[in-house]
Design a protein around this ligand. Structure first.
Ligand code: 5GP
Ligand code: MG
Ligand code: MG
Length: 183
C-alpha cells in the first residue's frame, strides 16, 4: 500500500463516499422542493463546507448562486475556542435574498448561532441552515436547522472537508482519527 495513504490514519470509517453521496442527494431533493419558486443563495462556510457545497450544488436542479464566508472558532486542536472571527466576509448583498447556509458539521452550535444572527441583520428574505452532520451537543442549542444530513456520535471526525490541523479534508469518507495521529 502507498505510504501516503491517509485513510490508514482512521480507526473507523463512519460514512463511506456512497453513504455521503446518497445523503447529499436526499438533502438536494428536499431543497429543490422547498425552493422551487425561489432563487437561492448558498452560503458556504469555509473551509469545512467545501465538499458539501460542491456536491450539494451539483445535485440541485434549481438555479443557485454561491458565496463563501470564512469564520474561525476552532484553533489547531479539537476544541471550540468559543471565539468567532470573520476571516473572509461575503461578496454578496443579502438584502431580500433567500439565503441557505451550508455547513459541514454542527458541534457546540456556537459558530452557527453567531453566524445566523450576523446574517439575519443583513436583511435576507429568508435564512435557513443545511448541515451534513450534527453532533448531540448541537441539539441543546436553540437554533432551527432545517436540513440535517446525519446525526453522529460525539466524536471528533475528519474527512470530506473536515480537518485535523488542516489535513484529511481530501478524504472522500468520514471517519474517526486514530489516536497515534494526535498523541
Ligand atoms: P461548533 O461551533 O458547532 O462547535 O463547530 C464549529 C466548527 O468546528 C464546525 O463547522 C467544524 O468546522 C468544526 N468542527 C466541529 N466538530 C468537528 C469535528 O468533529 N471534526 C472536525 N474536523 N471539525 C469539527
Ligand atoms: Mg464548518
Ligand atoms: Mg477545522
Amino acid at each position: 500500500m502507498d505510504a501516503q495513504d491517509v485513510s490508514t490514519d482512521l480507526t473507523e470509517v463512519l460514512y463511506t463516499k456512497e453513504e455521503i453521496d446518497a445523503k447529499i442527494r436526499e438533502l438536494a431533493a428536499q431543497i429543490d422542493r422547498d425552493y422551487a419558486d425561489k432563487d437561492v443563495l448558498l452560503v458556504g462556510v469555509l473551509k469545512g463546507a467545501i465538499m458539501v457545497m460542491a456536491d450539494l450544488a451539483r445535485a440541485l436542479q434549481s438555479h443557485v448562486t454561491m458565496d463563501w464566508m470564512a469564520v474561525s472558532s476552532y484553533g489547531s486542536g479539537t476544541k471550540s475556542s468559543g471565539v468567532v472571527r470573520i476571516l473572509k466576509d461575503l461578496d454578496a448583498d443579502l438584502m431580500n435574498r433567500h439565503v441557505l447556509i451550508v455547513e459541514d458539521i454542527i458541534d457546540s452550535g456556537l459558530t452557527l448561532s453567531w453566524l445566523k444572527t450576523n446574517l439575519e441583520s443583513r436583511g435576507p428574505a429568508s435564512l435557513e441552515i443545511c448541515t451534513l452532520f450534527r453532533k448531540p451537543e448541537a441539539v441543546k442549542v436553540d437554533i432551527d436547522v432545517k436540513y440535517v444530513g446525519m446525526d453522529i456520535p460525539n466524536k471528533f471526525v475528519v474527512g470530506y472537508g473536515l480537518d485535523f490541523d488542516e489535513k484529511y479534508r481530501n478524504l472522500d469518507c468520514v471517519g474517526i482519527l486514530a489516536p497515534h495521529v494526535y498523541q
